[in-house]
Design a protein around this ligand. Structure first.
Ligand SMILES: [Zn+2]
Length: 354
């Protein structure tokens, strides 16, 4: 009986997989750290599933547009990552392309803990901030937790140590850590950015030797404040190009210092992916490959990533929202990056010279 029962479960599982629409990448997980970069047309939505199976969504795209970004996030979370709920949802900063769907996601799939940089009383650049933040406060039942520079997210860790550390929050940065930055003199100060971009949370993930850095929409002077005179991020494997690749961010003092081997840019067809940012990326000594969620439709193709490293080629109207997955091996020693279900995974060795 027991054997028959097991066989039945096995057969039903096979059938379910055979008839499901599209691959469920969760089926192939063996303690990997999965980082999904979901296309939200120039906003940000980065879904992370840890080796222990915990899920963390950083940012949630734009609201409205007939639920476009909400549905794309739900599709990746449920069908591709195989999740039935999201354990942690984080807001990098208070702009609508980053927290547009937190409340809707809480209603649709359920969210365990909400994390942010703290809710300001007002936001000068958004006259509708009070109305918008009310929905977020409602979804979190006023229990979102504010992160400060130097703190860590309490993610479960297995044999290979996993961590997510906050390097900057609300314009404060960790100080006195890391080696002196040899690219510090690349920084040329600009007028102060009074918007919430400059207050973005900066997170450094590690799994064993693997490092992933994401800086939200952090802007020029705060980028310099973070990495000069010392660089607390060290050198990283994977870098999410900051602020969709816009030129008000991606200060070479930071990008050259963190020296990524691979980079993923969450740009839209007409947002980010700027020529000056691409020029800075090309100067990165260790960079082997960068990926774009979109082709910048206004920029010469030759200046952009190779076509097969661009997830979506057309305009927003014709876009199907192809995602990018970076999957880190359980031991943290290598990782692959692929575009969508059918993309060929490219393999990279994790660096040991942090
Ligand atoms: Zn943004």
């Amino acid at each position: 009986m027991r054997l028959t029962g097991s066989f039945l479960v096995f057969a039903v599982t096979l059938l379910a997989r055979g008839f499901s629409s599209g691959a469920c990448f969760a089926d192939d997980r063996t303690g990997t750290l999965d980082l999904y970069f979901i296309d939200v047309e120039g906003g940000a939505a980065n879904l992370i599933v840890t080796p222990e199976g915990e899920s963390l969504l950083i940012d949630s795209g734009y609201p409205d547009n007939q639920g476009r970004d909400l549905n794309r996030i739900l599709d990746v979370a449920r069908r591709i990552a195989g999740l039935s709920r999201i354990d942690h949802a984080l807001v990098s900063h208070w702009h609508l392309d980053h927290y547009g769907n937190h409340a809707a996601l809480a209603a649709e799939i359920g969210i365990g803990t909400f994390w942010d940089r703290g809710i300001p009383d007002d936001l000068q650049e958004d006259p509708r901030f009070h109305e918008r933040i009310a929905a977020y406060r409602g979804a979190t039942q006023n229990k979102s937790r504010a992160l400060r520079a130097g703190e860590a997210l309490p993610l479960k860790t297995g044999k290979v140590p996993l961590s997510c550390r906050v390097l900057a929050a609300s314009r404060e940065t960790v100080t006195g850590e890391g080696s002196l930055n040899p690219f510090a003199s690349e920084h040329e100060a600009r007028p102060e950015d009074a918007t919430d971009n400059a207050a973005s949370l900066v997170l450094l993930f590690s799994l064993g030797e693997f490092r992933y850095l994401t800086c939200g929409d952090l802007t020029w002077n705060t980028e310099a404040k973070l990495v000069t005179p010392r660089n607390p991020a060290g050198k990283v494997d994977l870098f999410m190009v900051t602020h969709h690749g816009l030129p008000v961010s991606n200060n070479p003092a930071l990008v050259l210092a963190v020296d990524p081997v691979t980079a993923i840019m969450c740009n839209g067809p007409k947002k980010g992916g700027a020529e000056s940012t691409l020029k800075t990326l090309r100067r990165v000594e260790s960079l082997e490959q960068w990926y774009q969620l979109h082709r910048n439709v206004d920029l010469e193709l030759g200046l952009q990533a190779p076509v097969d490293q661009i997830a979506n080629q057309g305009t927003t109207a014709e876009c199907h929202g192809n995602w990018i997955l970076a999957r880190v091996a359980a031991d943290g020693k290598s990782y692959t990056i692929q575009i969508g279900n059918d993309g060929l995974p490219a393999r990279y060795q994790t660096r040991s010279d942090h």
